[in-house]
Design a protein around this ligand. Structure first.
Ligand SMILES: NC(=O)C1=CN([C@@H]2O[C@H](COP(=O)(O)OP(=O)(O)OC[C@H]3O[C@@H](n4cnc5c(N)ncnc54)[C@H](O)[C@@H]3O)[C@@H](O)[C@H]2O)[C@@H](O)CC1
Ligand SMILES: Nc1ncnc2c1ncn2[C@@H]1O[C@H](COP(=O)(O)OP(=O)(O)O)[C@@H](O)[C@H]1O
Length: 271
């Protein structure tokens, strides 16, 4: 694939931040999460669960009431009050034009915060309001919508459209598919999935959570070098694919099952 370098486990190894003995939950990174809705509460659960399994100092979930209850039921370690945040994950399972005024206000504040941003699903259309370094995580249809082109054009030449989106939006793009393409100021990388069983509802929400955790744990480095965002996104896609392969052992798996395999995938990477 012209210009896109295949990302490997060896490349990914140094992009998972292992907490040091002097770290605490704040210094290891706090991920703020605004995802989910009454219609799609599961997306919030899947993304938060993935972030926790990827390793982050704290997940602060600030979505609507129904997903909040479900997130807490699944992951009681998650904090659900406003406070310090070093990076944001926004949009999975959300409509950007939500009529939930508190969620809309939190989303606007997060976009303007200057902190690194992972913009998924419903937040991709709000990328123009992003102040800090940002990565969008569209599937083909979402990228086509963002660029006002036909999805068939994106499917025919995904590398061209991923690069065009990165150039025109001035941010990192992670275009999902069997081969996931990442491009931004930090480079252009491809990650080929080890299993097509990933083609199932909710796997993208988990990927966004993995990436959110990687970004939050590198918030300080991102302030100096936004270019590492592309390498973090490629690492997220690699961890996601390998965890899916591990979860299904060649067969199907649940998204929560994929999440449960993230720690072993990370441990294997560090060996
Ligand atoms: N359990 C949950 O709460 C889930 C929530 N989800 C949320 O549901 C919302 C809508 O998701 P979708 O955008 O998939 O909407 P839809 O499933 O409504 O699909 C919208 C359009 O995008 C196309 N499309 C969907 N996935 C595609 C892909 N991978 N490649 C190319 N075209 C694709 C479809 O054919 C359709 O034309 C998002 O906010 C998402 O985060 C989904 O992640 C599914 C699971
Ligand atoms: N055929 C496939 N083979 C491998 N991976 C796939 C395939 N189709 C989709 N994926 C991956 O599955 C995930 C689907 O994400 P997305 O389309 O956002 O779904 P959802 O919104 O349901 O979570 C992405 O990580 C994508 O790269």
């Amino acid at each position: 694939m012209t210009g896109f370098i295949e990302w490997t486990s060896a490349d990914a190894r140094d992009l998972v931040a292992v907490p040091r003995e002097w770290d605490d939950k704040y210094s290891h990174g706090v991920l703020g999460v605004i995802t989910g809705s009454d219609e799609y509460p599961g997306a919030a659960v899947l993304g938060v669960d993935a972030a926790v399994h990827t390793g982050v100092g704290m997940v602060r979930y600030l979505g609507p009431d129904r997903p909040t209850s479900l997130v807490l039921a699944r992951r009681p370690e998650v904090v659900t009050v406003d406070g310090r945040v070093q990076a944001w994950l926004i949009g999975s399972g959300m409509d950007a034009s939500t009529d939930d005024t508190l969620t809309a206000a939190r989303m606007a504040t997060a976009l303007a915060s200057g902190h690194p941003l992972v913009l998924d699903a419903g937040a991709i259309g709000a990328s123009g309001d992003a102040v800090g370094p940002a990565v969008i995580t569209p599937h083909h249809s979402e990228l086509a919508r963002a660029l006002h082109v036909d999805v068939a054009e994106v499917a025919a030449e995904p590398e061209v459209w991923a690069q065009r989106a990165a150039d025109s939006l001035g941010m990192t793009v992670m275009l999902k598919g069997h081969t996931t393409l990442v491009c931004g100021e930090g480079g252009s990388f491809s990650v080929t999935a080890p299993t097509s069983w990933l083609a199932t509802a909710g796997t993208g929400d988990a990927l966004a959570g993995i990436l959110g955790a990687l970004v939050a744990t590198h918030a300080r480095q991102l302030a100096d070098d936004a270019g590492i965002l592309a390498r973090l996104a490629a690492t997220a896609a690699l961890l996601h694919g390998q965890s899916a392969g591990r979860a299904g052992a060649g067969g199907p798996f649940t998204v929560l099952g994929l999440n449960e395999c993230i720690p072993a995938t990370i441990a294997a990477l560090q060996e």
